[in-house]
Design a protein around this ligand. Structure first.
Ligand code: NI
Length: 387
């Protein structure tokens, strides 16, 4: 399949689509215009998109030949950020911007849909397109999955643009690729007393200080040196006056981990350490974790498949293997907890990082993203499965 040539021919259409989306960025769960634009583009290819959730669009490209179903995903939402690019197609909505490249993802997946829909007569199986809301907020992927978007799906693929990679280069990470997010609050209850009579109270502030220090031993001493995790205590509130022993202290922090096992181990370690130290100092600690995005652990089979597809499409030099996982997170990980798959990167060579008001991805990478999605789906269907 000559997906790259076809994608390059469709590039002006994709660029135009991406700029339309860029002008009208919508925040999580409010992607109504975006979802309507996606439906219109899919309908123009003779496809039949359906809504799942209020702003999610799901669409099957059914091949003429029998075979499995594989899914490709893009995210629809923008960020609450004032754009500063000065581009002619900059955001028309004050305080909202596609600064994470999700407009790029949508246009790229629509480009892939165009390439695959044009080859339905030789397609051995079904490609399911997932346009999901609210990646940046409350896990649109999880809700889309609970609504049944992965029923019958053998494997799932998705991509994110990366500004630090040259335009058109593909980045891959086997195994742990994005961290799980675990924000936490530790509430320490002591007993207030006069600052000059500490023996009559229990100092929650002092216990909190010990806990902050001790928590830093978790990554240093509970995680193997070659593995990764990060723990940050970001706020510490305690006390009301200089001569009163603090009766309460509240710490807020975040823990980023890799894989479900690592996540449980470290969440338990934080809880044990904080409660034990508080108890040892005559206080009580209550530790509350929010179970955030699970992170991404790519499956070996599908990741090797993406590597083969990318090398076939772009040549071996265009594909790099990342050596370290990212500490940021991504709700695509929910899909990978349910079915095998891989989340890969496409370079858009740009000085400004993701989530910057000056993020300006290189649009020459758009046909690469579209062709890579199409090549990955085509390869997965032709190999019968990607597990
Ligand atoms: Ni993003």
């Amino acid at each position: 399949m000559k997906f790259l040539d076809a994608a390059r021919a469709a590039a002006p259409w994709m660029v135009d689509l991406r700029r339309q989306l860029h002008r009208r960025p919508e925040l999580g769960n409010q992607e109504f215009e975006t979802a309507t634009a996606v439906e219109a583009a899919l309908a123009s290819m003779g496809l039949k998109p359906r809504r799942l959730l209020e702003t999610a669009v799901v669409c099957d490209i059914e091949g003429a030949l029998p075979g499995p179903t594989v899914a490709l995903r893009a995210d629809l939402d923008a960020l609450p950020l004032q754009e500063e690019t000065g581009l002619p197609y900059a955001s028309e909505i004050p305080g909202q911007m596609h600064a994470c490249g999700h407009d790029f993802h949508v246009a790229g997946l629509l480009g892939a849909a165009k390439l695959l829909a044009a080859r339905r007569d030789v397609l051995p199986g079904t490609v399911r397109l997932l346009f999901q809301p609210d990646e940046e907020g409350d896990g649109g992927a999880r809700r889309l999955m609970e609504a049944g978007c992965l029923e019958g799906v053998a494997c799932v693929f998705g991509a994110h643009v990366r500004p630090e990679l040259p335009a058109g280069q593909v980045g891959l990470k086997y195994g742990p690729a994005y961290a799980a997010s675990n924000p936490f609050v530790i509430r320490i209850k002591g007993r207030a007393a006069h600052g000059a009579e500490p023996q009559l109270g229990a100092d929650a502030l002092l216990a909190g200080a010990q806990i902050v220090t001790a928590l830093q031993s978790i990554v240093a001493r509970r995680v193997a040196p070659a593995d990764s995790a990060v723990l940050t205590v970001g706020t510490f509130h305690a006390g009301t006056a200089c001569n009163i022993l603090a009766g309460e202290a509240v710490l807020e922090g975040m823990l980023r981990t890799f894989g479900e096992e690592g996540r449980r181990t470290l969440v338990d370690a934080v809880t044990d350490l904080a409660t034990s130290i508080a108890r040892g100092m005559g206080c009580e600690a209550e530790v509350r974790f929010t179970w955030g995005y699970p992170g991404i652990v790519n499956h070996d089979g599908p990741t090797a498949l993406v590597e083969r597809a990318a090398q076939a499409l772009l040549g071996p030099e265009a594909v790099i293997r990342h050596t370290a996982p990212l500490m940021t997170t991504e709700d695509f990980g929910y899909f990978l907890q349910a079915v095998p798959g891989c989340f890969y990167h496409v370079g858009v060579g740009c000085d400004a990082p993701l989530h910057s008001p000056r993020f300006t991805p290189d649009e020459t990478a758009l046909p690469v993203l579209a062709a890579l999605h199409a090549q990955v789906a085509w390869t997965a269907l032709n190999e019968g499965n990607a597990g």
